[in-house]
Each structure stands twice: as structure tokens, then as C-alpha cells.
Write a protein that binds this ligand. Structure first.
Ligand SMILES: [Zn+2]
Length: 107
């Protein structure tokens, strides 16, 4: 099964990569479902912990909430950073701490 918070990072990198753009948990959830990235049985509530994780890591912040819809903004642009420990390239915010989302090594 896909690492869901990493898949969320990839969607944000591809579609919402600017600190000026607002995006919602619903929009990202819809894209992940449409691309078959996540299991069909998952509901929006199951996703909350992953969005919280991405806020805690310093990638983005929650700017508003309307019922179950959460609005987010990036702190900074996202760039792809290559990890020398696991050799994967991951999307990481420019002002986020440099930790590989896959193997947790410093990069
Ligand atoms: Zn790594």
C-alpha cells in the first residue's frame, strides 16, 4: 500500500506548488481516489492524520475549516530532493526540515 502522506506530497507538488495557492483535503482526496492511489474503502476522515502529519512536519498549515473541509497553504515552494540513503527523490518544502519522508534520514 502506498505511503499516503508521501502520495499527498506528490499531488501538492504537481498541482498546488506555490505558497499563494489554497487547496483542500477534499480536492487532494478526490485526486488520490481518481488516480487509484489509495484504497477505495478509505473515507475523508481516514485522511485527517496524514494532513495533520504534513502540517506538523512544517510543509503546510491549516488556514481554515468548514465542516469537514480543511483549507491549507504551503509555507514555501516544494522541490524534489534526492536522498542519498535510500536513493529516492521526494517532494520537500524549501523551508521544511530536511528529512527524507521515506527513510527518515537527514538529507
Ligand atoms: Zn531516504
Amino acid at each position: 500500500m502506498a505511503d499516503i502522506s508521501l502520495e499527498i506530497r506528490k499531488v501538492i507538488f504537481e498541482k498546488y506548488n506555490s505558497p499563494d495557492i489554497k487547496f483542500t483535503n477534499d480536492e487532494i482526496f478526490e485526486i488520490l481516489q481518481k488516480n487509484n492511489t489509495i484504497e477505495k474503502s478509505l473515507v475523508i476522515d481516514d485522511m485527517e492524520k496524514y494532513f495533520t502529519e504534513l502540517c506538523n512536519s512544517g510543509l503546510m498549515r491549516n488556514i481554515a475549516q468548514n465542516f469537514t473541509t480543511q483549507y491549507f497553504k504551503l509555507f514555501d515552494d516544494i522541490e524534489k530532493v534526492k536522498c542519498n540513503s535510500c536513493n529516492n527523490e521526494s517532494p520537500i518544502g524549501k523551508s521544511e526540515s530536511r528529512v527524507c519522508p521515506i527513510c527518515k534520514a537527514a538529507i
